[in-house]
Design a protein around this ligand. Structure first.
Ligand SMILES: Nc1ncnc2c1ncn2[C@@H]1O[C@H](COP(=O)(O)OP(=O)(O)OP(=O)(O)O)[C@@H](O)[C@H]1O
Ligand SMILES: [Mg+2]
Length: 463
């Protein structure tokens, strides 16, 4: 479908020339001789772009532009201004007032067409971005109107507009990541990046370069300089997920960045200031980790300015039916299936379960029921309680690692390599936290001393 362009000019000749040029390029054209007439045509027709003469009898072109911007239906309409020799300054002024572009008389055919096409393309892209953004915001919308969720929403509304650091705690699968994204979307930083770092999935040797980036030649393999997550999140939000799994070494570096508001790329001499809002999440008891020396107390206090607790599903059983129905609707749409309903008994059974894996487990159970059931989901389709539990299994962690490695590091790790790195790392931090007392570390790790010695040798871990 071709776009419709409205021309508003009091000079008949100009209107005729523009009409010919635009018509020849396949546009629909509307004409008006005065701003009043033009504004009327705008409210009666679907217009994609307007071309306004700066100087018009009665309401001037510039005033008309302001009226167009003030009406919600036309606030985003691309408007091009035409100026005579004497009115260039007014045209420039019009651009400051929101005109998309201007061109001078005498009109140049190609210049007009380039301007019109660019303006239409830009406005089309803007619309697409808005739609995508609205869609993304929808996906991060949280479901649930139970008392605990209402309390959570009011906390989110208070904290989101600030720059306050938030530590999100709660059991696995309760929606901590969703909360972090919601804080970002509700904040003035929403148009800047939201960068997630899965601290548990990055091996200790990589974490510094992942977080702070590196300069070309900083280490073997550093062919080009690379920005780290802190820099990528500049002006936006950095989400440190699974912060409880970060090594002591990495904790020290993050602490320094938070204290100074500056980061230094690996292999660089100079610090770069970054404006980043930091959110962190964990399903561990960080206070206990602080008590046993596995998490730095100073970092804990820096991160935990505003604590937010993500409630378990057991604390909000009222929401289970709504969540289940909404997940079912989503899966059916995604898979092009007719919508499946749950009968009352099913909803009741779901509401009564223990849900140790929280919303994530509910989602998995619902997906499975929708796939395996007939037209209506009945009690027979409900899996036995505890059958599809999904605690933080190797597969979730591996999936997270895959997402991360894929997006940020060309080096692919096999699952085995990943597991070994994680193991080596964990052994090292545990040893560090016990000041290299082997018996104590072996106790914490739940392995025999001889076994720990063997692992240390095979991983080359030395004090
Ligand atoms: N209130 C909610 N409304 C809709 N979906 C939710 C809600 N809470 C969680 N979910 C969904 O449940 C799943 C798990 O959520 P999320 O990944 O945020 O949990 P988490 O607390 O970060 O878990 P983990 O500690 O295991 O990382 C996601 O698919 C998420 O979209
Ligand atoms: Mg998570």
């Amino acid at each position: 479908m071709s776009a419709t362009v409205l021309i508003v000019d009091d000079e008949k000749n100009i209107r005729r020339t523009l009409h010919m040029v635009l018509d020849g390029a396949g546009f629909n054209v509307l004409e008006a001789g005065t701003a009043e007439e033009g504004l009327t045509l705008l409210s009666q027709n679907e217009v994609d772009l307007a071309i306004l003469d700066v100087r018009l009898p009665g309401i001037s072109g510039v005033d008309a532009l302001q009226k167009i911007r003030a009406r919600p239906e036309t606030a985003k309409l691309p408007v091009l201004m035409i100026s005579g020799h004497a009115s260039v300054a007014e045209a420039v002024n019009a651009v400051q007032l929101g005109a998309t572009d201007f061109f001078e008389k005498p009109l140049d055919r190609d210049r007009v067409l380039v301007s019109v096409r660019n303006a239409l393309r830009t406005s089309q892209l803007q619309r697409e971005v808005e739609l995508l953004r609205a869609d993304a915001e929808d996906r991060y919308a949280m479901i649930g109107q139970s008392a605990v969720m209402k309390k959570l929403y009011s906390e989110l509304e208070k904290v989101a507009p600030t720059k306050g650091r938030v530590l999100i705690t709660g059991e696995s699968g309760t929606g901590k990541e969703l909360i972090a994204r919601a804080i970002h979307v509700l904040s003035p930083r929403k148009d800047a990046p939201f960068v997630k770092v899965n601290c548990a999935a990055i091996p200790a040797e990589l974490i510094e370069s992942e977080l702070f980036g590196y300069e070309r030649g900083a280490f073997t393999g550093a062919q080009n300089r690379k920005k780290g997550m802190f820099e990528l999140a500049n002006n936006g939000t950095l989400f440190l997920d699974e912060i409880g799994d970060m090594s002591m070494n990495a904790q020290a570096k993050v602490l320094r960045a938070l204290q100074s508001g500056e980061i230094t790329r690996v292999g660089s001499e100079s610090a770069i200031a970054v404006d980043v809002r930091v959110l962190a999440a964990t399903n561990r008891d960080l206070e206990a980790a602080v008590a046993t020396g596995q998490f730095r107390e100073d970092l804990y206090f820096r991160l935990n300015v505003v604590p937010i607790r993500s409630p378990s599903l057991r604390e909000r059983r009222d929401d289970i039916a709504t969540l289940a129905e909404s997940f079912a609707r989503g899966f059916c749409t995604e898979n092009g299936m007719r919508e499946k309903k749950f009968d009352e008994e099913v909803l009741h059974a779901l509401t009564e379960r223990a849900w140790p894996g929280n919303v994530r487990e509910l989602r998995n159970v619902v997906e499975r029921m929708v796939i395996l059931s007939g037209d209506v989901v009945t009690l027979d389709d409900v899996p036995e309680d505890g059958r599809i539990l999904e605690p933080r299994s190797a597969s979730t962690t591996a999936a997270d690692a895959e997402e991360l490695t894929h997006g940020t590091d060309p080096e692919r790790l096999s699952l085995r390599e990943f597991r070994e790195r994680a193991e080596r790392d964990y052994i090292r931090t545990t040893l560090e936290s016990c000041e290299w007392n082997i018996s104590k570390a072996a106790g914490l790790l739940g392995v025999e001393r001889t076994n720990l010695h063997k692992k240390m040798r095979s991983y080359g871990i030395k004090r």
